[in-house]
Design a protein around this ligand. Structure first.
Ligand code: ATP
Length: 224
């Protein structure tokens, strides 16, 4: 049977890590737009267990996981990979990349999606200089973060930046691709601030997540 070209689904494994504290439309829209743009079957949201690059999150691992599950319920193209949050060791991305490579082998493209803010601190991440031998990095432009890489990151870009999605879909690893998405100036920090001031974060995140926050009185919210 001949499969029409536009029905071929790319085999790349695409994931987006983060604390998701809580998950919001900035994360969800980014993941969905990347999934559609790359034409892959799904994008995996991968919540971190112990956030090593940032402050401790405001809610428990179980609550963050529950909110992700509610947020992506009914959306088959978005999935949750709970390996880091269920692990008892710190969420160092390099460990995850090593585990993914063990599972997927060396040929399947692996793409790690990160926002611009995360990319600009990448050189501080544990063993970051090994990432590109294991994955591609797709950097999502994010409102409020201007593209001013330091010297180390600039060097990395000079060696690894690619401009076409076909570059990350046909090679297993090694490319950095900057991609513009619908700009959504939403952050979990802002949502936590609204809640701690007794204000509603509604319409910045799915109602199912907002309901969960209220039911469990997270981030200093009172049940509505
Ligand atoms: P916080 O405000 O607590 O730092 P956050 O909103 O940045 O949280 P994270 O869980 O830290 O969310 O982010 C996970 C990933 O999603 C990161 O790579 C981050 O850059 C990206 N991201 C978060 N919000 C957006 C957004 N509005 N647009 C694009 N990317 C985003």
């Amino acid at each position: 049977m001949v499969i029409p070209v536009n029905k071929l689904i790319n085999k790349a494994h695409v994931f987006m890590g983060g604390t998701f504290d809580p998950i919001h439309y900035g994360h969800l829209r980014t993941a969905l737009e990347i999934q559609q743009w790359l034409d892959v079957e799904s994008v995996y949201l991968m919540p971190a267990n112990v956030p090593v690059h940032r402050e401790t999150p405001g809610s428990t691992s179980a609550a963050r996981l529950a909110m992700i599950e509610r947020a992506i319920s009914g959306e088959n193209t978005l999935r949750c990979d709970p390996r880091e949050i269920l692990s008892d060791r710190p969420s160092f991305t390099i460990y995850t990349l090593e585990a993914l490579r063990k599972e997927l082998g060396s040929e399947i493209p692996v793409c790690m999606v990160i926002g611009m803010d995360s990319f600009l601190t990448l050189d501080q991440w544990y063993r970051f200089d090994e990432y590109l031998s294991k994955c591609h990095i797709i950097v999502a432009a994010r409102p409020g973060y201007h593209f001013k890489p330091n010297q180390k990151l600039q060097q990395l870009l000079t060696e690894h930046q690619v401009s076409e999605k076909s570059d990350v879909l046909t090679q297993a690893a090694g490319g950095i691709l900057l991609h513009e998405l619908t700009p959504l100036s939403i952050s979990a920090t802002h949502i936590r601030e609204l809640l701690s001031n007794g204000l509603s974060p509604r319409y910045l995140l799915p109602d199912s997540v907002w309901d969960y926050i209220q039911q469990n009185k997270l981030y200093g919210s009172n049940e509505g």
